[in-house]
Design a protein around this ligand. Structure first.
Ligand code: FAD
Ligand code: UDP
Length: 400
């Protein structure tokens, strides 16, 4: 089996666990085994080791740390994201300060255009989008709001991803920007998905063309992987890569388990599989300086098989010859990337969660283990809160 250093690039003195070392040094015993080296697992490992003084073994079946946020230099020297574009944004001072211990930042405000016919228009829809699309001259927020109000269709109870858009901007804009993108992305009609999915993307009457409006918006200066390396560079943390939990479980005795993989997998799918949506990524390097005007262009049309194209130089500010882009093709099979928010899936998750709650020696954290469509900052926040609860419980009741 493959045991690798946590480093993806270059030399580093991080301790490596290997079965040989382990045998020659006698049986290692860990206070905590953490499964998954993404945001959830890395934050838990860092807190347990650095704040809790616990001896931690972090295990991931992939050959690298960082989970889905993993980035790496490609053959052209561009820092690309192997699992699709990851843009950091948060409103939380606490989460931003915590991550800032492990990275400096490159200020970056994300902008997205949608390809509609021959046009590239701002997404989220804003006043510029409406003016470009319809040849209008809406000059104020009030005029744009009145235009949208005239399009909107009343919906008695806003429940689904179709309702939430139609009730705000009407059917024509819904069909142009949301219906087919969502069908491609999820393999479901928006009427079959919780409203929270399309509600992630607002509609604006201003000309603000940023994708996010959070207080903090930035990219890790040297990339996500370097940030994870620094988080995990602690004498109490050992990292074991390329090894599945089921192999590591008995080989490395531990008192407690933190599990950040899919919760249904942990329980042997005993109630059936929880649906996750996957993606195929096509990474391409091109011999041109720039491919598109912004980092991400969305393709909402049904006859285009991919949902979006990302050009990384916009994210990193790198000045290199050539450029690297990624096409995202939604897929039913493959690595689990997105929990699928809809009532029947939530009900199935609740059955697994009930099993999880009675396992006092296992803690479930992260997007896959808690089946929540969380952004990176939300996963960091969830992990920090989970650690605080664990530390408090370990300290026991305070004497009156
Ligand atoms: P993951 O990153 O999935 O890590 C889980 C790890 O556990 C994986 O490395 C996996 O290999 C490992 N694992 C699972 N099971 C086992 C097992 N049995 N044994 C060993 N290892 C195991 N968020 C943002 O904030 N901004 C964005 O722009 C953004 N863009 C995204 C784009 C895409 C295409 C995707 C899919 C997600 C995006 N996200 C974004 C969300 C972000 O990726 C997640 O919030 C975050 O990475 C979740 O971290 P995690 O640790 O919970 O899970
Ligand atoms: N969406 C859409 N058209 C777009 C952008 C988003 O229909 O141009 C919908 C789609 O259902 C998508 C959801 O809004 O899955 C959330 O979009 P976001 O960009 O937040 O998705 P993520 O970055 O998580 O893939």
């Amino acid at each position: 089996r493959l045991i690798r250093d946590a480093m993806s690039r270059g030399a580093h003195s991080h301790p490596i666990v290997s079965p040989t070392n382990w045998k020659s040094e006698g049986p290692h015993h860990y206070d905590v085994m953490v499964v998954g080296a993404g945001f959830a697992g890395a934050v838990m490992a860092e807190r347990l080791a650095a704040d809790g003084d616990k001896k931690v073994l972090l295990v991931d079946r992939r050959s690298h740390i960082g989970g889905n946020a993993y980035d790496e230099l490609d053959g052209a020297g561009v820092l690309i994201h192997r699992y699709g574009p990851h843009i950091f944004h948060t409103n939380s001072q606490e989460i931003f300060d915590y991550l800032s211990r492990f990275t400096q930042w490159r200020p970056y405000e994300h902008r997205v255009l949608a390809a509609v016919g021959d046009l590239l228009v701002p997404m989220p829809i804003n006043r510029t989008t409406l003016n470009s699309l319809y040849g209008l001259d809406l000059r104020t927020e009030e005029e744009a709001a009145a235009f949208l109000a005239a399009q909107a269709e009343p919906v008695a109870v806003v429940r689904t991803s179709e309702d939430v858009v139609i009730s705000a901007i009407g059917r024509t804009l819904y069909e142009t920007f949301f219906r087919d993108y969502t069908r491609k992305q999820w393999g479901l009609d928006p009427s079959e998905l919780d409203k929270a999915v399309t509600a992630r993307v607002p509609t604006r009457t201003s000309v603000d063309d940023r994708y996010f409006t959070d207080r903090f918006q930035a990219m890790p200066l040297e990339g996500y992987t370097r940030m994870f390396e620094r988080m995990l560079d602690h004498p109490n943390i050992d990292v074991l890569l390329g090894v599945d939990y089921c192999e590591a479980r008995d080989a490395y005795p531990h008192d407690h388990l933190v599990f950040t993989g899919p919760i249904d997998e942990y329980f042997g799918y005993r109630f059936g599989k929880l649906p996750y949506r996957s993606l195929d990524f096509r990474h391409v390097s091109l011999d041109v300086d720039r491919f598109q005007p912004v980092a991400v262009v969305n393709y909402p049309a049904p006859d285009v098989p991919y949902t979006r194209i990302t050009e990384y130089k916009h994210l990193t500010g790198q000045k290199v010859a050539g450029t690297s882009i990624t096409y995202e093709y939604p897929a039913a099979e493959g690595d689990p990337y997105y929990p699928i928010p809809r009532p029947e899936n939530q009900q199935l998750f609740k059955r697994y969660e009930a099993l999880a709650m009675v396992q006092s020696d296992v803690t479930f954290v992260g997007r896959l283990a808690t089946y929540r469509y969380y952004n990176m900052d939300q996963v960091v926040g969830q992990a920090l809160a989970t650690y605080r609860r664990m530390a408090k419980a370990a300290a026991g009741p305070v004497a009156p």
